[in-house]
Design a protein around this ligand. Structure first.
Ligand code: ZN
Length: 243
């Protein structure tokens, strides 16, 4: 089975369409979503509709939660908070009910999906160190987890023999030799690893490989929509830089 794993779409329809066209070309049969469909971008409604049409295996991100009052915006920076409030005003009640109903973590065919961390999915912490990864590995009930949240693609490995944790930022990741892996699939709609191209992962369950794909898309169109919507200008500017 070839899975397309998408996260941190953030209302960026142009990036989402580029990713989906690539996934189809690469024989993706099933889609999984690690959250943050909305927030930052000007097309939350379109992105919710597109994702809902693809899969029911979706977990909630912190922006999805904040838009519908499931999480406090107090911890968001000013721009993120503005975008949350804008999105709340522009999303229909049915779409808000959908976001309200999303689980924080999900087990799908031996895979764990969660937006932030495995051990505290409701606190939206980041897995950015071996120490943070260890807490998630200890709570992980499956061999493989897919996460988002940092908008930086990275895979953490845990080897039971030797009790070792390490990470890789390679685009091609063979999982065969490791006890457990936590894969951050990067961000479709607002990459932050100094690469402005949209990111997602293809997981091939028979080969046990993960490939992080990067796609160019019409950033200028997305930028113009953000500016026309009256969203903070910085949200348009950062898309050019991938930051
Ligand atoms: Zn996000």
């Amino acid at each position: 089975m070839r899975y397309g794993v998408l996260g941190d779409i953030h209302g960026n329809l142009e990036a989402l369409e580029a990713v989906l066209a690539d996934a189809e070309k690469h024989g993706v049969e099933r889609y999984l979503c690690v959250g943050d469909i909305v927030g930052y971008g000007a097309n939350p409604t379109e992105c919710v509709a597109r994702i809902r049409g693809l899969t029911s295996q979706i977990v909630a991100g912190n922006h999805d939660c904040a838009v519908v009052g499931r999480a406090d915006v107090e911890y968001f920076n000013l721009y993120a908070r503005d975008a949350v409030l804008w999105t709340r005003d522009h999303l229909a009640p049915d779409d808000q009910a959908f976001l309200r109903g999303l689980p924080l973590s999900l087990l799908v065919n031996g895979l764990t999906l969660v937006h932030s961390t495995v051990h505290e999915p409701d606190l939206f912490g980041y897995i950015e160190s071996a120490l943070a990864a260890r807490l998630s590995f200890e709570a992980l009930q499956t061999d493989i987890a897919f996460v988002g949240h940092s908008h930086v693609p990275v895979t953490f490995f845990y080897e039971q023999n030797g009790d070792e944790i390490w990470y890789s930022q390679d685009a091609e990741i063979p999982l065969g030799d490791f006890s457990k892996a936590i894969i951050n699939v990067g961000s479709v709609g607002q990459p932050r690893d100094d690469n402005p191209q949209a990111a997602y992962a293809i997981y091939d369950s028979s080969l046990r490989t993960v490939t992080i794909r990067r796609l160019p898309y019409d950033v200028e169109a997305t930028r113009q929509k953000i500016l026309a919507a009256g969203l903070p200008e910085v949200l348009a500017a950062r898309l050019l830089l991938g930051r």
